[in-house]
Design a protein around this ligand. Sequence first.
Ligand SMILES: NCc1[nH]cc(CCC(=O)O)c1CC(=O)O
Length: 339
Amino acid sequence: MAAPPNPSSADRSRRVFTVGTRSSKLALMQTDMVVAELKKVCPEYEFKIHSRETAGDRSMIALRDFTTKNLWTEELEELLIKGDVDIIVHSLKDVPTLLPAGCTLGPTLEREDSRDVLVMKQGSTASSLEELPAGSVVGTSSIRRTAQLARLYPRLKVMDVRGNIGTRLAKLDAEDGPYSCLILAAAGLLRLDLGDRITKYLDSKNGGMLYAVGQGALGIEIRKEDEALHLMLSKIGHNETTFAVLAERSLLRTLEGGCSAPLGVETEWVHTVEGLKKLRMRAIVVSVDGSEIAEVEVDGDVDSNETAERFGITVANALVAEGAGKILEAIERTKRASS
Ligand SMILES: NCc1[nH]cc(CCC(=O)O)c1CC(=O)O
């Protein structure tokens, strides 16, 4: 009897690929986008979607606790390693910088708008953080957003808000709810067709907020040795996105040493006078109370995965030279003391 089909890479007779994803509306939507692109370049293959609720979806543990980070990804990665799924589509922002042995991220699609946005409570007339009265409550569970808010808007209060995007908007709009506004990623709202809830886009020049590493991009995870999928993803990949997010993740990996850093970034491709393109990265590390910052802006020659990752290390070193190491060590000390 013939051996059963080998699910692993080198098997060129593979026709069916299984795509793993969380079961949230946003995750399914993002998975559909990847499958649609793959079908365009590989019309001869079939793609099946395997969705599941992850521990992160079920957990009530504070999202800011870095130890929960892997809850979003680990169970799906086990399926990937076993060969039960062939591809996982993540929000890249939720993917830890160190992946399990045998797993890797492939080229990814063009990034959605990577900025944070301000979302005012339904019926509010305020259109910026500046306009809110002192003591107004901003909903966010992100240490990065909390630290940047403490630095730029010390008059405002920050309170945790959990759940998927729909849940958070409902908590914002609740008549007796505490929140005046939320800070969310533009990408999630835009992909869910909730762009009309965006009051204001925030960036280094507007409101001063930098975004999370990988925000707005998809993380497409595959088995390292799966040559067939590497090739397929290289056909749908958007190089400028792939390189930019590799550089951002390399920066975070270099800085964090295992903890989730209050790190904001902003990357853009800029044309030089010589007609070349450079990757410009702004990055900021802020102490949780907003009292100390380290910030840099660096341009890099980036045209490959390797140069992207090296550029991330360069930016990390520049941040450390500006005092980022001291801020991160203080956060680590507080964490250790409280755990
Ligand atoms: N941390 C949760 C999360 N993970 C990805 C997104 C949005 C989409 C993205 O950034 O790609 C969000 C929600 C948010 O921060 O508003």
